[in-house]
Design a protein around this ligand. Structure first.
Ligand code: HEC
Length: 205
């Protein structure tokens, strides 16, 4: 399985997307949790301040916007759009184009620092053992509605709900430094601060 590939060195622990890692962490499977704990220990130190200091140079590198766009598609598009539309799981990022590079470095590498309350993650467990994590977007006496990364909402009837709890942290995962170099981050921010896609003219305007 997946962890054997890591043990065998076929997959470097650092190559695993933070979104995937968070999903593993939340799974309530004792075998997976135990394997995960060992693999989690080999992660590089995750002191956020040190990470941000290490990536401060991203502000001085010249961005290659095309590469930034590719990295956005790979790591961020599952939760964010960037075209002035409605939010997916995270906010549409066209709005942050004017923010200073230094702020964006912090927002990307230390998402917990300024987490918005409506960006907090929830984990629901169904009576048949399914684990769904995402934003809690709706609650009625008979069901809860969760929007996971990827954006496809799931309605879970309370009758089939074993438990639901907040994760206590942002749904935006920590640890993007493990898949992005300083230059990658500069490229990504260059893309995020760029003009964005040309919007098709709205009807009649
Ligand atoms: C699993 C979902 C998820 C992924 C993947 C993700 N984000 Fe986020 N992001 C969020 C959520 C939810 C928020 C809003 C809540 C918060 O601030 O914690 C957010 C907030 C942000 C903000 C702050 C926006 C603001 O208005 O202040 C930035 C910037 C951002 N993300 C950039 C990125 C970039 C760049 C990537 C890819 C490297 C990425 N995110 C990947 C979910 C995600």
């Amino acid at each position: 399985m997946f962890f054997d590939a890591i043990d065998a060195g076929d997959v470097a622990a650092g190559e695993i997307n933070p979104t995937t890692r968070e999903a593993f962490r939340l799974l309530k499977d004792p075998t997976v949790n135990a394997r995960f704990a060992t693999f989690d220990r080999v992660r590089p130190a995750a002191d956020r301040k040190a990470v941000i200091a290490r990536y401060a140079s991203a502000a001085t590198l010249s961005p290659v916007v095309m590469r930034g766009q590719a990295n956005f598609a790979k790591h961020c598009l599952v939760c964010h759009e960037r075209r002035g539309g409605g939010p997916k799981v995270g906010p549409d990022l066209l709005a942050i184009a004017g923010r200073p590079v230094e702020d964006l470095i912090v927002a990307i590498l230390d998402p917990a620092r300024e987490s918005a309350p409506d960006g907090l993650g929830f984990v629901a467990e169904t009576s048949d053992g399914q684990v769904v994590s995402g934003l809690l977007v709706g609650e009625t006496p008979s069901a809860v509605r969760i929007r996971p990364a990827g954006g496809i909402e799931q309605t879970i009837p309370r009758a089939g709900l074993e438990s639901i709890r907040p994760t206590g942290r942002s749904l935006m995962p920590e640890g993007f430094e493990q898949v992005l170099t300083q230059q990658d981050l500069a490229d990504l921010i260059g893309f995020l601060r760029g003009p964005g896609p040309t919007m098709p003219a709205a009807g009649g305007r």
